[in-house]
Design a protein. Structure first.
Ligand code: ATP
Ligand code: MG
Length: 247
């Protein structure tokens, strides 16, 4: 099967820090791939390299075989790669529904405040809210919503761009232990329903075990192991460098 996304030998340094020291990775259509690894290993850097926020010093990024290395983030988004952030990028003074309407309007490029609430757009927004189980919270101001809701709203806004690939940086960070699994259940169900391939950075090994089809382990800008969670998370070296530290 042809990879949806392929990284080939990515390198980048920040001063003396090597954040990517030859990263090669394939992401296949339909899979959910987890990236784990200690703080500072280069996980977020990898997402930034794939989405055009950073340009590699060496190496290439391919989307369905087409080179996208270093293209501007908005161009890469338009090609079908969306991003959800560790700290959701939301308009906190607006409601859940308004945030989604803004995402839908932004997708169309040109819009005005006066037409933001057009019926067809509200209808589409409703669909995305339902997809993430947020329909009951449509008129809640984001500032008053729990972190789990903000994360799901951020995902809804990313999915509104109709991506083929969604890159998520720590979707459960800041989410309470009780909320974590239900947030991930909802998120993964939405990805599957929309047939969106996903890569997510995660520190919680329970979440990785339950939701990842495959896992890649980062250390010091390199991938030290890759495979099925039940195998990779048994590897003594992985346990020592990642799991032991984090559990
Ligand atoms: N824009 C930047 N400028 C300078 N240094 C950076 C930049 N981005 C990342 N770094 C450095 O590169 C290294 C890798 O950072 P990165 O954020 O990718 O790690 P991470 O694996 O996402 O860590 P965490 O689990 O803490 O989020 C770190 O040492 C970080 O300080
Ligand atoms: Mg990070």
């Amino acid at each position: 099967m042809r990879p949806l996304l392929e990284a080939q030998d990515l390198h980048i340094r920040f001063g003396g820090v090597v954040a990517a020291a030859g990263i090669s990775l394939q992401v296949y259509p339909g899979e959910v791939l987890a990236i784990i690894g200690p703080n500072g290993a280069g996980k977020t850097t990898f997402l930034n390299l794939c989405t055009g926020y950073l340009k590699p010093e060496r190496g290439r990024v391919l989307l369905e075989g087409r080179e996208i290395t270093g293209l501007p983030p908005r161009v890469i988004t338009r090609l079908g790669v969306a991003r959800a952030f560790q700290i959701p990028q939301l308009f906190t003074e607006h409601t859940v529904e308004e945030n989604l309407l803004l995402a839908l309007a932004a997708r169309e490029g040109f819009w005005r405040w006066t037409t933001l609430r057009e019926e067809r757009r509200r209808h589409e927004a409703k669909g995305f809210l339902a997809l993430l189980g947020l329909e009951g919270l449509a008129s809640t101001p984001v500032a008053e919503a729990p972190e789990g809701v903000r994360k799901l709203l951020d995902v809804a806004m990313a999915l509104a761009l109709k991506p083929r690939l969604l890159l998520l940086d720590e979707p459960t960070s800041g989410v309470s232990a009780e909320e974590k699994l239900s947030v991930m259940d909802t998120l993964v169900r939405a990805l599957k329903a929309q047939e969106v391939t996903a890569v997510f950075v995660e520190h919680d090994m329970e979440v990785v075990r339950r939701y990842a089809d495959r896992v890649a382990v980062w250390t010091e800008g390199r991938i030290m192991a890759e495979g099925k969670p039940e195998e990779v998370l048994q590897d003594p070296q992985v346990l020592a460098s990642v799991v032991g530290v984090e559990e």
